[in-house]
Design a binder for this molecule. Structure first.
Ligand SMILES: [Fe+2]
Length: 433
């Protein structure tokens, strides 16, 4: 596994890939992927965390049983500064920023007393906005990419589009083509903001120009925001799960002086509940019921759908956020990823009708072991059901057909699993429908 974490260089000229087995002729098209790929620099400096590595884009062209591959580093401002100074000038996830030697002493003084500026080293996800391709992260920049040669065209700061300081890297595309995303803002209190981009219209506006705010809801915590990497979208609701892995914004405010990186701002509260919050997709109004469950950590929603008056939420969950600590590069390079850190498919079922006796199970679906216990008028305790074998991440479904719908298969990777499923691509069959 440790081979995965060696620094590599880009190959912008297409190269024919070596193929084991055969690819059917009917498989044709392009596959774009990005990820961190370079952590080590000429003077011996190494970035701390897997997520700090410079973004390398990969384009796979599949045609007539052959595959060509080209790779290119994202020419971001963060990358340019890294090449210039061999040090990050923007704060990365696990590596603090260094002073920009291009700035004069006064500018550096000002930069020290400002809260951290987000890196534009995006590698989380490619997003298509009409015929334009963007490489995005869970920060505040969208990089427009030329899909022919992977050159970076321009960067949009989304805080200039809608009032968010950062947004998830997993927007949802609804069946009608509307794109939804959630971002956080801190300037007027701790807020989560849902914004949406309607399908192309006759007004000639670009997708980003059509993007507007749907709803703003307050964090359940006065000085903290929950960390969320993704969210759920059902036919009628947006689901935001506030896990008790909190971003401490007081620490963020002093980050320039103290030298915090993002990892230093996160605190885990195992005795707090995770809170499931439902927002009406049409009106933007949050429903009053709070669904709570025992603390867990997660990155990815798999799918969210409604069935017979329930909302079914499938997540890839961990018992705690220790996985984040084990993505430090020096640990990954030892090749000893702990077997105890395994994620699994967890199903929560949220009854939309909460009438019933206190203490009763409100779930009436026949095909699930998940239960939801009514606590008081507006509070329901969720007890989830686990499905499939553990050791499963990076979930994928047949998104265009089954997003927000009842579905049967989810595919995932077991790259970090050291046990039975090590290094496999596996699928989990959701039975008992
Ligand atoms: Fe992700």
């Amino acid at each position: 596994m440790e081979k995965l974490f060696e620094s590599i260089e880009e190959h912008p000229e297409p190269q024919e890939a070596e193929i084991t087995g055969s690819i059917p002729d009917w498989v044709e098209g392009y596959l774009f992927r990005a990820g961190p790929a370079k952590w080590d620099f000429e003077d011996g400096f190494t970035l701390n965390h897997y997520g700090d590595g410079t973004s390398l884009m990969n384009k796979f062209t599949i045609e007539k049983g052959k595959v060509t591959v080209m790779t290119k580093f994202l020419d971001s401002e963060a990358y340019q500064k890294l090449l210039q100074f061999n040090r990050p000038i923007f704060t990365e996830y696990g590596t603090r920023s260094y002073p920009d030697l291009c700035k004069n002493i006064f500018q550096r003084f000002i930069a020290t007393f400002l809260p951290m500026s987000f890196t534009d080293n995006n590698f989380d996800n490619f997003l298509m906005l009409e015929d334009e391709m963007y490489l995005i992260s869970e920060k505040n920049s969208y990089w427009k990419i030329n899909s022919d040669d992977l050159t970076a065209i321009e960067k949009t700061d989304i805080s200039n589009v809608v009032s968010v300081n950062a947004a998830t890297s997993h927007p949802h595309i609804a069946q009608d083509g509307t794109i939804y995303n959630i971002g956080s803002s801190v300037m007027t209190g701790m807020k989560y903001n849902i914004f949406k981009t309607p399908p192309k219209s006759a007004d000639g506006l670009s997708a980003l120009q059509r993007t507007t705010m749907l709803s703003t809801i307050s964090s359940s915590y006065t000085t903290c925001l929950s960390y969320y990497h993704s969210f759920g979208l059902s036919e009628n609701y947006i689901l935001l799960v506030e896990q008790p892995y909190l971003i401490n914004t007081l620490k963020m405010a002093t980050s320039g002086i103290v030298g915090y990186c993002f990892h230093d701002l996160m605190d885990w509260y195992p005795d707090e509940k995770a809170i499931f919050r439902l927002i009406d997709r049409e009106t933007g109004i949050e429903i009053e019921t709070k669904y709570v469950t025992n603390a867990f950590f997660f990155f990815h929603h798999i799918n969210t759908y409604e069935e017979d008056g329930h909302l079914v939420s499938d997540l890839v969950t961990y018992s705690d956020p220790d996985v984040v600590n084990h993505l430090l590069l020096e640990k990954l390079r030892l090749g000893t990823f702990p077997m105890a850190i395994v994620a699994g498919l967890t199903r929560f079922v949220l009854p939309l009708n909460t009438e019933g006796k206190q203490g009763s199970n409100l779930v009436t679906l026949k095909n699930t072991k998940a239960i939801a216990v009514k606590q008081d008028e507006n509070s329901v305790l969720l007890i989830p059901e686990t499905k499939g074998k553990k050791g499963f991440e990076f979930p994928a479904i047949n998104y265009s057909m089954f997003n927000s719908k009842k579905y049967r298969y989810v595919y995932g990777s077991s790259v970090f699993n050291r046990a039975e499923l090590a290094n496999s691509v596996q699928y989990c069959i959701l039975l008992n429908f």
